[in-house]
Design a protein around this ligand. Structure first.
Ligand code: CP3
Length: 346
C-alpha cells in the first residue's frame, strides 16, 4: 500500500531541500494538447467540462503518466476556475486563453464583488483531487494564480496586452486596488486550504503576468498581499512553490520566508535563481521552445541546466513556463528518462 503522503519521494524531499539520488522532474501544464489521449478526450468534452467533473479532472490528471514516469502530478484545472467563487463569468478561447464576460473595471464594480465559500462553489475540484489521489503513485500538486495575475484577468479580460489599464487603475485607485487584491487573497486561501484538505502534497502559486511590474511597484502594490497569502498557506504545512514569468528582477522579493521552492522562468540564468534561493530549492528552467528541437540539440541544453542546478541546495527539473501544444511526446519521454538517469559528475 502506498503512503499517500509520499513524504520520502524525490519530489517532496527536493521540496524540503533534502538530498535525492536523482533530480526529480515534472512539467508545468504536463497534461494537455501535446498528448493524443488528451486530444481524444477533448473531442468529447469541452475544456471547462474537463475542469468541472470530478471523474474527468482525475482522468486528465493521470494522462501524463501514460507517457512518462513524472515525479509529480498537478491537479487538472485552470487558474480561472476560482472566478466562479467570485461570480465572474468567463470562457476559455482557443489560442487566446481566458476571456472574462464582464471585466471588473470600476471602484463600484470591485465593491460589488462577493466571495462565495469555495467548499460550495468549487466542490468538484476537491472531489477530483480525492479521486486522482486513489490512483496516483506520485505526489500531487494543487495550485492557484497569484492575486496580480488573477486581477489582470478580472480587470483586463485577456491578461498582459491590456495590462497598462490594470496598472493605471492600481496607481490611480490604490484603496480599491487593495480591496480587490485582499478579496482575491481571501478566496485563494480558501481554495488552496480546501485542496490541502482534499489531499494534495504541495501547493504552487502561478504569477504569470507579474513580469509587467517594476520591483518598486511590486513592493508597494503586490508584496503585502503575497506576504499575507504565504503566511496563511504556511499553516497548511505543505511545501509551497512560487513561480512567476518574467520575474528575474522580482525574485529577491518573491523568495518569501514561507516559500519552499523558487520557480525560475526560462529567461533567468538558473545560477542566478539559485543564488537568490539560498537554502531553498529551485525549480526550472528549460525554455519550452527548446522541447521542440531535435533531441541531439536538446540534450546538451538539458545537461547544462542539470549542471547549473547543482549550485542550488536542491533542484527540481521543470520547464521555465508551460509546455507548448506542438511539443513532440517523444521529446518529453526522452527528457524525463535523461533527467531521472542523470548523475552529477564529480
Ligand atoms: O499543469 C497542468 O497540467 C495543470 C493544468 C493547468 C492548466 N492551466 C490547463 C489548461 C494549469 C496549472 C494551468 C494554469 C494556467 N492557466 C496559467 C498559469 C500558468 C501559465 O501558463 O502562466 C494561466 C496563465 C492560465 C490561463 C490559460 N488557460 C491560458 C493562457 C490557456 C491557454 C490558451 C491556449 O489555447 O493556448 C488556458 C487554457 C488551458 N489551461 C488549456 C489547458 C490544458 C488548454 C485548453 C484546451 O484544451 O483547449
Amino acid at each position: 500500500v502506498n503512503n499517500p503522503n509520499f513524504s520520502e519521494s524525490h519530489f517532496l524531499r527536493a521540496c524540503r531541500s533534502e538530498p535525492t539520488s536523482a533530480v526529480p522532474i515534472w512539467l508545468m501544464r504536463q497534461a494537455g494538447r501535446y498528448q493524443p489521449k488528451y486530444q481524444e478526450l477533448r473531442q468529447k468534452h469541452g475544456f471547462l467540462d474537463l475542469c468541472s467533473i470530478p471523474e474527468l479532472i482525475a482522468e486528465v490528471t493521470l494522462i501524463p503518466f501514460h507517457y512518462a514516469p513524472f515525479d509529480a502530478s498537478i491537479i487538472f484545472s485552470d487558474i480561472c476556475i476560482i472566478l466562479r467563487a467570485l461570480g465572474i463569468d468567463f470562457s476559455i478561447e482557443e489560442k487566446v486563453g481566458p476571456v472574462i464576460k464582464n471585466p471588473v473595471k470600476t471602484v463600484a464594480e470591485i465593491d460589488s464583488l462577493v466571495a462565495q465559500p469555495c467548499a460550495e462553489s468549487l466542490a468538484y475540484v476537491y472531489e477530483g483531487i480525492k479521486l486522482a489521489k486513489k490512483d496516483l503513485k506520485v505526489p500531487l500538486i494543487g495550485f492557484a494564480a497569484a492575486p496580480y495575475t488573477l486581477a489582470s484577468y478580472i480587470m483586463a479580460s485577456k491578461g498582459s496586452k491590456e495590462n497598462s489599464a490594470v496598472r493605471k487603475f492600481m496607481y490611480s485607485e490604490p484603496l480599491a486596488w487593495n480591496k480587490l487584491m485582499s478579496l482575491i487573497v481571501d478566496v485563494s486561501i480558501d481554495h488552496l486550504s480546501l485542496q490541502a484538505a482534499a489531499g494534495v502534497n504541495a501547493l504552487q502559486v502561478f504569477d504569470s503576468w507579474v513580469g509587467d511590474l517594476h520591483p518598486d511597484t511590486y513592493k508597494t502594490y503586490i508584496l503585502p498581499h503575497m506576504q499575507r497569502l504565504f503566511t496563511a498557506l504556511s499553516k497548511l504545512n505543505l511545501p509551497l512553490i512560487h513561480f512567476g514569468t518574467g520575474s528575474s528582477m522580482l525574485l529577491p522579493q518573491m523568495c518569501l520566508p514561507e516559500v519552499s521552492v523558487l520557480g525560475i522562468d526560462w529567461k533567468t540564468p538558473l545560477e542566478y535563481g539559485a543564488k537568490i534561493a539560498g537554502n531553498k530549492a529551485i525549480m526550472g528552467n528549460l525554455d519550452p521552445a527548446a522541447l521542440l528541437a531535435p533531441w541531439s540539440e536538446l540534450k546538451p541544453m538539458v545537461a547544462g541546466i542539470l549542471e547549473s542546478g547543482c549550485i542550488a541546495k536542491s533542484h527540481i527539473f521543470n520547464l521555465g513556463h508551460g509546455i507548448l501544444p506542438s511539443t513532440p511526446v517523444e521529446n518529453v519521454q526522452r527528457l524525463v528518462e535523461f533527467v531521472q538517469g542523470w548523475k552529477e559528475s564529480v
